[in-house]
Design a protein around this ligand. Structure first.
Ligand code: ADP
Ligand code: MG
Length: 385
């Protein structure tokens, strides 16, 4: 599943020619096990990094241009390094890379002309964070060995997505792409930006299932949810002046202040506060190897996202309900922003084949297309190859 360095170098040479041997960088995508739509509320998340990753091959170019080629898209974007601070977004894929370059220059790192070849195995827009994988691998390629703290790397990529791409994302995707360790999940405190490595029990297969749909709503709904959480905070501050984000509110406090919060922000806040509690419970369950509790928490997370946060969709609900009907499935829920993309499923290893067969047949029968499956083996974070 990982891409061979010789293949990347060959692709680079084929595209850019020349004699320079490119340096190679890799940054993984992720599956979030639990803690959905909590990162921008400064709460807890618990993702794993994937073997699926974005690879960037890079070599210096003498003409002061960044020449960015995505083999996935089949397009090149050229931009002079000189004017990078005044670059304007184009509203296409290249904004993720140009946004990162701009942040690097803004922070005072040296940014030089460079040819970049991008090759990603993370499906784009499927909720497995192809965007953060792209940002982090290109940031490493553009920094070209200039030392940077891992947290600064994650934060600069997040800023590129927030400020240049225009997506008000939390820190989860970039953080886990940088900090992940092989074989374990990462629990991130999105306020302190500290994290803990969380071991996962043996006898557990993690599968992402791609619904192969992405509803138009996803971008605008994400912004709406960010805003609605802000409205909940503003309402809660009339009762609890010390509250700065939904991270500061427990489910019991929210209950006690229910009359002060309008109906929709109340339900959004109920998701976020209970979800933060579920991340803590899931971490404990994972540490003691309690698969049953882990599965129940996943399902509770899904129901909360479905009914309170309203970011699921028919296809995701169908995949979750179909999964839960299969023997050997421990738990399932939507993962990522929602409105399509993937579900994450905890499955007993002996049941994986039956699980795939059952979901393929049911989904094909209902929607006339086949879901894609990705075995999620927790992999290491980003680095040079
Ligand atoms: P996700 O991060 O869940 O995959 P996003 O909507 O956040 O979904 O990011 C997907 C976008 O990232 C794509 O539409 C594309 O613009 C960009 N992208 C991701 N990977 C690549 C790639 N290899 N080449 C070019 N653009 C990419
Ligand atoms: Mg993304």
């Amino acid at each position: 599943m990982s891409v061979a360095p010789a293949f990347l170098s060959g692709q680079f040479e084929q595209h850019f020619g020349g004699s320079a041997t490119p340096a190679l960088y890799r940054a993984p995508g992720r599956t979030n096990l639990i803690g959905e739509h909590t990162d921008y509320c400064l709460g807890f998340v618990l993702p794993i990094a994937l073997e699926l990753a974005c690879y960037t091959a890079a070599a210096p170019a003498g003409d002061g241009l960044l020449r960015i080629y995505s083999a996935n898209v089949g397009e090149t974007r050229e931009i002079p390094v000189e004017g990078i601070l005044n670059a304007e977004p184009r509203r296409d894929w290249s904004d993720y890379v140009v946004g990162v370059a701009r942040e690097i220059a803004r922070l005072g790192y040296a940014l030089r002309g460079r040819d970049l070849l991008i090759h990603s195995t993370v499906p784009a827009g499927a909720g497995l964070s192809s965007s953060a994988a792209l940002e982090v691998s290109c940031a490493l390629a553009l920094l070209d060995g200039q030392p940077i703290q891992p947290l600064d790397l994650a934060l600069l990529c997040q800023r590129a997505e927030r400020e240049f791409v225009g997506m008000p994302c939390g820190i989860m995707d970039q953080y886990v792409s940088v900090f992940a360790q092989e074989g374990a999940a990462v629990k991130i405190d999105c306020r302190s930006l500290e994290s803990a490595i969380v071991p996962l029990p043996a006898g557990l297969a993690i599968l992402a299932v791609n619904s192969m749909v992405k509803h138009e709503l996803s971008g605008s709904a994400y912004r709406d949810r960010v805003r609605e959480c802000g409205e909940a905070v503003a309402a809660l501050q009339t009762r609890y002046p010390e509250v700065k984000s939904l991270r500061d509110v427990t489910p019991a406090q929210l209950d006690a202040a229910a009359a002060a919060v309008p109906e929709v922000p109340y339900r959004r806040a109920r998701h976020v506060t209970t979800e933060n509690a579920r991340v803590e419970a899931f971490e404990e369950a994972s540490r003691r190897g309690d698969l049953k509790a882990m599965g129940e928490l996943l399902v509770a997370s899904h129901r909360s996202l479905q009914h309170d946060y309203e970011v699921s969709c028919e296809e995701l609900d169908f995949l979750v309900d179909s999964a839960l009907a299969v023997d050997g499935v421990i738990g399932a829920r939507m993962t990522g922003g929602g409105f399509g993309g993937c579900t994450v499923n905890l499955v007993r290893p002996a049941a994986v084949d039956a699980f795939r067969a059952a979901l393929t047949a049911r989904y094909r029968e209902r929607y006339g297309r086949e879901p894609e499956f990705y075995e999620c083996k927790p992999s290491r974070g980003a680095g040079k190859l």
